[in-house]
Design a protein around this ligand. Sequence first.
Ligand code: CP
Length: 314
Amino acid sequence: MKHCTSLSDITDVQQVIDQAIAIKQHQNSAPIGKGKTLGLLFYNPSLRTRLSTQKAARMLGIEVIVMNINKEGWTLEFEEGAYMNHQTSEHIKEAAGVLSCYCDIIGIRIFPLFNSKAEDEQELVLNSFKKYCTIPVINLESATAHPLQGLTDAMTIQEFKIEKPKIVMTWAPHPSVLPQAVPNSFTEVMNQLSMKHSICNPSTHNLAPHIVQSTPVFNDQAEALKDADIVYVKNWGSNTYYGEKFPIDRKWTFTLAKWKLTNQAKVLHCLPVRRNVVIEDAVLDGSQSAVLNQAENRTYIAASILTELLQANL
Ligand code: CP
């Protein structure tokens, strides 16, 4: 694996998860990253990704440099041949070259701007770092993918050891327009692992057809949730009405009454979660909530991915 910018960069997803489970069980890893440096660049806020990736790196003996690049760095230019007499101060060619001198791996978080679906799907920032860096690049969540989260979600489900679980990812309301990165990566990882699942969302919020493929999609939440063993609750922005803000529709909030339709399902959410808008307190505060199991597993998936990148590239 040269980079980890999407799940398709990973040859054997199950092996990455198995390695993460082994790291978790032994609570240590060989310090194979001793003398190496990981740079983490954040254009957007983060709690879990930032801290779990730092923790994972330190478990492997890797030094970590973290930068809120949007606030602390020069404004970067991405256009080839740009005449830079306006707002941008440094070209990606130099910035990526410099980072490649200081670091052995870099991770980047860059959310979509929601001005244009085509522009967001281009992933210009992430792909430019990938193009001009001479070191591996990890996607820490972009417009279209959050591979570390998707791998973590699959690991968390597998840890429950439920035979042929009924897995449902249901949309829920949110006051902001959110990226499709998490539901995209969840759907992709389920398909890569041949884990049967379904998606439930309002007809305005279908994910992109190339992501959904043959996954069953329901518009009736009660029908979808019936007898589910795993329910992943998540908001995402509309793909059809890209960037449009919809009024909060509380009919889609995941409540205890809805949980009672399931087979005592474990409830997942990648966090952060807007309580009582996305998921009701009674669900998040009950034993059915697995959101902290997910958050904990982020560390072990990050350690597994860093191990893969170190072994493949250094
Ligand atoms: N789930 C997740 O990526 O959390 P953060 O946005 O806090 O990193």
